[in-house]
Design a protein around this ligand. Structure first.
Ligand code: GDP
Ligand code: GDP
Length: 436
């Protein structure tokens, strides 16, 4: 699980410049794949082999010259809600402004780790104006020039030094982390309330982490689960606000922190583009996925209503073919127990380990059944495979020549492995390695 670093600050201090510099070419933009985030606001970043998620809160809403204070405050709130570390950017040419002070007040109250970044210091010598920023109460500003790429290494050193300890073991091993995702009004809060409101689960309290306030741990049939970021789901903000873009950030960070995501789809609306985008994200991040079609009580059913729905979903979300589909009603509680059982099942796939011996039996059989095609007299040889990881399951497959490997054959191997082991609800990953 990756720490989340948010950039905040008033307009024009250089947030997006800094974001782009840190993220570099790593930005998650892949035009030809569905569901990949295209906004330049959220990306995976890396420094000295430390991976983290970087968010530019200034990019959440489109800028205009008269960006209002309430908007800036909302961005700071998103950062406070989701970040492990906040980069508070100020402008070293302008000095301290009243808006800087307002943001500083919000951030100080949050108790979050804040690194004060003084940008636009384009010269090696630190100008006196920088010392003004001490008054904001975050100690010595880290001086950078995003424009000239100066000081970024020192800044990133500071960022990784402040990563929370034991981020990977936020919950004890075996606790199943679940996020409920989907567009507004699809029934996320209703589902959570239904699960927690009945006698079927025991809601527990795990003391200690700062995430307590937003996560809900519970026990179901002796297994421990935690709903990730339920506060974000349950908290209803003012409807007149444009909350949608903010909920994207929440959704992305919730997926990031969970093992399994339940994508809720509104039965009365069918699959929308936003649904596809969210599904794509869970897929890309290698998370388990369940598709829950909600409000099923509102649908008039004929003989093949289910199948029609399913077909439509498979069509539109073909890249997550492994995700099971379940038809529920958060309102009546129909099949909510089944959904909980399905989570457990998907978690088993997500963490499943198979022995090298068994894996190679399957691979050998697959190769015999359908040998790799030859290319100009050369043919792909698969030597052997071995599982190298879980969450999701990852395999290393040793081959003679990577150039001879075609996507369709890779897909074939995946399908053969799936047909033996199921892997319901989880993506599986392959690394093909050449071996002389
Ligand atoms: P944002 O509104 O906070 O995202 O700020 P931008 O990244 O869009 O930058 C605002 C303006 O400041 C742009 O014209 C940038 O080119 C400029 N800028 C950003 N970083 C630096 C810097 O390090 N030095 C100087 N001189 N200008 C910068
Ligand atoms: P959220 O924004 O995704 O958290 O959605 P809510 O849980 O607030 O639900 C939005 C609306 O849909 C509310 O009026 C719910 O009562 C209604 N709703 C949610 N689930 C169901 C369902 O399964 N059936 C019906 N008929 N209504 C539902």
């Amino acid at each position: 699980m990756r720490p989340v670093v948010c950039i905040v600050g008033r307009p024009n201090v250089g947030k997006s410049t800094l974001f782009n510099r840190i993220v570099g070419s790593r930005i998650a933009i892949t035009e030809d794949r569905p569901g990949v985030t295209r906004d330049r606001i959220y990306a995976e970043a890396e420094w000295l082999n430390n991976y983290f998620i970087l968010i530019d809160t200034g990019g959440i809403e489109p800028y205009s010259d008269d960006i209002i204070l309430s908007q800036i405050k909302r961005q700071a709130e998103v950062a406070i809600d989701t970040a492990d570390i906040i980069l508070f950017v100020v402008d070293g040419l302008d000095g301290v402004t009243s808006t800087d002070r307002e943001i500083a007040n919000l951030l100080r109250k949050s108790g979050k780790k804040v690194i004060l970044v003084c940008n636009k210091v384009d010269t090696p010598k630190t100008p006196d104006i920088v010392y003004e920023f001490y008054e904001l109460g975050f100690g010595e500003p880290t001086v950078v020039s995003a424009g000239q790429s100066l000081g970024l290494g020192d800044l990133l050193d500071k960022v990784i030094e402040n990563f929370p300890e034991g981020k990977d073991t936020e919950y004890e091993e075996g606790v199943i982390k679940v996020s409920i995702i989907g567009k507004p009004n699809v029934g996320k809060s209703s589902l959570i309330n239904n699960v927690l409101g009945e006698d079927r689960v025991i809601v527990s309290n795990i003391p200690g982490t700062t995430r307590d306030a937003i996560d809900t741990p519970f026990t179901y049939r002796e297994d421990k689960y935690v709903f990730i970021d339920t506060a974000g789901v349950r908290r209803k903000r003012n409807v007149s606000e444009n909350v949608e873009r903010y909920s994207v950030i929440r959704t992305l960070t919730a997926i990031e922190r969970s093992d399994i995501s339940i994508l809720m789809i509104d039965a009365t609306e069918g699959v929308t583009e936003q649904d596809a985008k969210i599904a794509g994200y869970a897929h890309e991040r290698g998370k388990g996925l369940i598709i829950a079609v909600n409000k099923w009580d509102l649908i008039e059913k004929a003989n093949n209503t289910y199948r029609e729905f399913e077909k439509n979903i498979r069509n539109k979300l073909s890249f997550v073919i492994y995700a099971p589909i379940i038809f529920v009603s958060a309102k009546t509680g129909k099949r909510v127990d089944k959904l909980l059982q399905l989570i457990k099942k998907v978690y088993n796939s997500y963490t499943q380990k198979i022995s090298t011996g068994v894996l190679n039996d399957i691979i050998n059989e697959a190769v015999l059944l359908s040998p790799p095609p030859t290319d100009k007299g050369k043919s792909l040889k698969i030597y052997y495979g071995t599982q190298i990881g879980v969450k999701p399951p990852k395999f290393a497959i040793f081959i003679n020549n990577a150039k001879l490997l075609h996507f369709s054959y890779e897909r074939y191997i995946e399908n053969q492995i799936r047909s033996h082991f199921g892997y319901e609800g989880t993506p599986i990953r392959f690394q093909f390695r050449e071996k002389g």
